[in-house]
Design a protein around this ligand. Structure first.
Ligand code: PEP
Length: 253
């Protein structure tokens, strides 16, 4: 059985007080509203990790994640943060290959292979992002494009390591634009990606892999998107900054 997961990506938003307020609200609502069977991950910027973890404490099924980690283990890499540091501060997950990092920080499929390695070696679960830009969608080559992202970054993994990966399919044209993929478009891609994973790692491994949808997911469309058989949850940007919206998305299964 694959996990249902909702992960919030705060991106570069919120100061210390705002981050503490948002986290406290989410933790309290999460406990009060008796959420079951959904793994929730908060992914704040690096400086928030420790104080957010303090508020999360040991709340069952509520985890801390980072938005990035270095591809290096340690050393003279000014400004970088290693996977082992993240783990030691209480992170369990790390978002890797978000389209903003691919675009603005030129992260390649090859670099992401090294980041995935660091994450796995340090006991972090990668939430590996993939997705196509608008021109690729319009050209109709999106399936091949996204499959290639998975092939180049993940197909060198052992079966044991692959079993620890979470995938997030995020069509770039839907991220932060208010333009969501339809639930049918999401299902079509998730199914194709699962088949692609099965061709390398076998049907059982593919069936056990959580594939999240990301791209302008909100309380109004989450139920429809999450109802699709190959959609196992969401990676949520803008709506994860509002506690009520984020909770309503979590409750959309
Ligand atoms: C994201 O940043 O991964 C994302 C899906 O953002 P938004 O929900 O704002 O589109």
């Amino acid at each position: 059985m694959r996990k249902k997961i909702v992960a919030g990506n705060w991106k570069m938003n919120l100061n210390y007080e705002e981050g503490q307020k948002l986290t406290s609200e989410i933790v309290n609502m999460y406990k009060d509203e008796n959420i079951k069977d959904v793994t929730v991950v908060l992914n704040p910027p690096f400086v928030h990790l420790f104080p957010v973890k303090k508020l999360i404490g040991n709340t069952p099924n509520l985890f801390l994640g980072s938005q990035n980690c270095s591809e290096k283990a340690a050393g003279a890499y000014t400004g970088e943060t290693s996977a082992s540091m993240l783990k030691s501060f209480g992170a369990e997950y790390v978002i890797l290959g978000h389209s903003e990092r691919r675009e603005y920080f030129k992260e390649s499929n090859e670099l992401l292979t090294a980041k995935v390695r660091q994450a796995l070696d340090n006991g972090l679960t990668p939430i590996f992002c993939c997705g196509e830009p608008l021109e690729i969608r319009e050209a109709g080559t999106h399936e091949a494009y996204v499959k290639n992202q998975l092939t180049e970054s993940l197909f060198g993994l052992s079966a044991e390591d692959f079993a620890k990966i979470v995938i997030a399919y995020e069509p770039i044209w839907a991220i932060g634009t208010g333009k969501t993929a339809s639930s049918d478009q999401a299902q079509e891609m998730h199914k194709a990606l699962r088949e692609h994973l099965a061709s390398k790692f076998g049907q059982e491994a593919a069936d056990n892999t959580s594939i999240l949808y990301g791209g302008s997911c909100n309380p109004g469309n989450a139920k429809d998107i999450f109802s699709k058989v190959d959609v196992d949850g969401g990676l949520i940007g803008g709506a994860s900054l509002k506690s009520r919206d984020f909770m309503d998305i979590i409750k959309s299964f």
